[in-house]
Ligand binder design. Structure first.
Ligand code: PA5
Length: 423
């Protein structure tokens, strides 16, 4: 389902030099030797009862409200946002939600923009509202303050008891203030598995509940992830494209290519690249090592950052995420370009190819990852592909893929600033 093509300096990809390390990493990952490696076999072991509970709860939310506010940040936000942007209509909130009898989805807790919250509260007055609050730690500032405000809003509007029925909490099984409050007030809850960290959690209730509410087929998504899980349980680097991609990142890093630029020509993948930036950035960029992930959305950014790609410092490589078939493709039959492209998607692929040829003049290394289609199944597949490739790339770089000491530092400073807590 994922094809890998790449251009790097000739002679660079002698996979045999990596095979032994890949074999060791493969064993380490598949035996789940490190903490937070529960995602490795999660698509194969997630219980059917949990899936049913998620589907029933999503239906209950759909019946109860016309607007669901999903509160979370980082790994508790980006996966669901990426998936809904990718698979729902670009006009979902303004048009299709009502037509499909599903709630509009709003996100909160991922910033502190006062104007956004001011207007969100006004906007919600015209809706029946439910909240889905997601925080593994249950203590992160941005979602905590958003939840406090929105919970207050619900309680004022519906009363304490009814508000509690409209709140869905996804958090740790036992730790954190959100868990304690959920138990106390009787919110419906789901657990973030102990052995899965935030940025690897989109295929758990963290991503699955909001995604299911938006009407996306989460069973198909898990099937896609399970397919990737089986396909890449293979230590042979010459045939495992997921491991090849992880190894390519490492190889290019050693050549001084310290930035990976994720490029998408299909706009609906924009938030998927935000998810990728978090996955690779938090997992690999530590101890002064790692490849910095950046993202560009084309054609828009060809007309700004295209200049840097063409003539800037060549310290980067490009990774293009391409889609082979688009189901809702616009015909160009009557267009002036009909002779070269039958559809808008075909035209988009021509633009992609032209940019690649232009950047090729500089011998900029480029990687092209192609998925056959945009679907729930391919989303699950891509998530697993990148999670595993990221873990492999981190181990090759020599860092722990599953901690985020830099992020914890800033969280600690916030605690100190707010509560005068000692480090
Ligand atoms: O990947 C991670 O661990 C982080 O990005 C977290 O998901 C993010 O900081 C949010 O944390 P929490 O879910 O505890 O509120």
């Amino acid at each position: 389902m994922m094809e890998l093509d790449y251009w790097v300096q000739p002679g660079l990809t002698d996979w045999s030099q990596y095979q032994q390390r890949i074999t060791e990493i493969h064993k380490k990952l598949m035996n789940k030797e490190d903490s937070y490696t529960g995602w490795v076999d999660w698509p194969l072991r997630m219980e059917t009862e949990l899936l049913q509970d998620l589907l029933c709860t999503a239906e209950e939310i759909r019946q109860k409200c016309t607007a669901l506010v999903v509160i979370g940040i980082g790994g508790s936000y980006l996966g669901a946002k990426a998936c809904i942007e990718l698979l729902q209509s670009p006009f979902y909130n303004e048009y299709y939600a009502a037509q499909q009898k599903r709630p509009r989805i709003y996100f909160a807790g991922h910033h502190l923009s006062t104007i956004y919250y001011y207007e969100l509260l006004e906007r919600l007055n015209n809706e029946e509202v439910c909240l889905c609050v997601i925080s593994k730690s249950g203590t992160t500032l941005e979602p905590s303050i958003a939840f406090e405000m929105l919970r207050g809003y619900l309680q004022e509007r519906y009363g304490q008891a009814e508000a509690a029925k409209r709140i869905y909490a996804i958090t740790d099984a036992s730790k954190g203030t959100l868990r304690a409050e959920a138990e106390d007030k009787g919110y419906k809850t789901f657990v973030v598995p102990d052995d899965i960290g935030g940025r690897y959690s989109v295929l758990t209730p963290v991503g699955l509940l909001p995604i299911a509410v938006a009407g996306i087929d989460i069973e198909a998504m898990l099937e896609g992830a399970a397919m990737a899980c089986r396909e890449y349980d293979n230590e042979d680097l010459s045939s495992n494209v997921c491991y090849q991609y992880g190894a390519l990142r490492n190889l290019l890093q050693q050549q001084g290519k310290v930035i990976e630029i994720f490029e998408v020509y299909e706009g609906r993948l924009r938030y998927f690249t935000e998810w990728l930036k978090q996955l690779f950035g938090e997992s690999e960029c530590k101890e002064g090592k790692g490849v910095i992930p950046m993202s560009l959305q084309m054609s828009t950014d060809l007309h700004s950052m295209g200049q840097f790609l063409q003539e800037g410092r060549q310290i980067f490589f490009e990774t293009t995420l391409t889609v082979e078939h688009i189901c809702k493709d616009v015909s160009l039959e009557k267009s002036q370009f009909a002779g070269v492209a039958r559809t808008m998607h075909e035209l988009n692929l021509i633009v992609e190819d032209s940019a690649r040829k232009a950047h090729g003049k500089n011998q900029t290394p480029n990687i092209r990852l192609t998925v056959s289609e945009l679907s729930a199944r391919s989303f699950g597949y891509m998530v697993y592909f990148f999670e595993k490739a990221c873990a492999v790339s981190c181990y090759l770089t020599g860092v722990n893929p599953f901690d985020q000491p830099g992020v914890e530092d800033y969280k600690r400073n916030i605690k100190i600033a707010l509560q005068g807590e000692k480090c």
